[in-house]
Design a protein around this ligand. Sequence first.
Ligand code: SAM
Length: 332
Amino acid sequence: VRALPVLDAHAERRVEPRSVRLSLTDRCDLACVYCRPNKRDGYCEETLDLAAFTALLQGLYAGGVRRVRLTGGEPLLSPIVVDAVRALHEVGFDDVALTTNGTRLAKLAAPLHAAGLMRVNVSLDTLDPERFARLTRGGRLSTVLAGIEAMATLPFAETKLNVVVVRGENEDELEALTRFAWDRGMTPRFLEIMGVGEGARIPHKLVPYAEQRATLSGLLEADHGAKDVDRGPARYVRARPEHGPHRIGFITGTTDTYCDGCDRLRVAADGTLRPCLATNDGVAAGAEAARGDLAGVRARLAEAWTAKPDGVTFRGCTEPSAREVSIRSIGG
Ligand code: SAM
């Protein structure tokens, strides 16, 4: 195993931790084929409670982190999710966002909005109930559609539809999913399957960005797409004017990586700080969080950040280390 290239290039680029993806739970009620092998693949024993999560996030805020996204696992399975959103809002984060599979959104969209949630991404790969059940190993599409309709009635600052494009499953639905999203005020985003965990075992299911883009060319301007300033890895391409003021996002975690300039870390449900999605490296900060030791959390953050791969020579989710990572466990 070669040593990961860390910090030197990083220090030159002066990238500081600014954004965190937080797993309140590693549990999920679905088992998407590119994410986990089955529903019995094991959960972590101990997860932090609300007070410890809050202290941990206060420590990260003190260390310069300004944006937080709840993910997982399925964050809406956590009994503390609404209280956690309220707590994050009170800590003062500029951005409090959520990524969800939507199965519990019908009930939770309104309380989450009232608690201060600003932006929501819903993951949905197909509008066909049978395909949905197959891709998620047993999920019911109607629950997610009800969640999206409930969310769409609320004035969230931004909502997106995340679609992982899977060869032989949904590459014929890209236009229908785009129109579904646009009709509900959502921005669709199409993701390549990344070679992380189960995704690494199905490389033949990859539909490269260039092919996704060609499929959607009738809807899109011929520009190269721009990144959202200060946000995640997607590139956004404008719709042709006749389709209205819409956009489509693309996330190319496999044919192109976007690690250069990454300011993101992850917090697993047990309080481990994970500097990179593509490695299993991490620094435990759960004990400091549980005793409310914010300086201790900052010290663990600094330690975790030195283990962040340089993002230039290290090619993220295309590296062999990514195969050993469970996205569900560390916060996808
Ligand atoms: N349960 C939530 C959900 O489904 O959105 C949050 C966690 S899930 C791991 C976060 C995102 O990661 C989802 O949009 C999912 O489709 C995506 N994802 C999981 N495995 C992936 C892979 N191998 N390649 C690309 N995206 C993946």
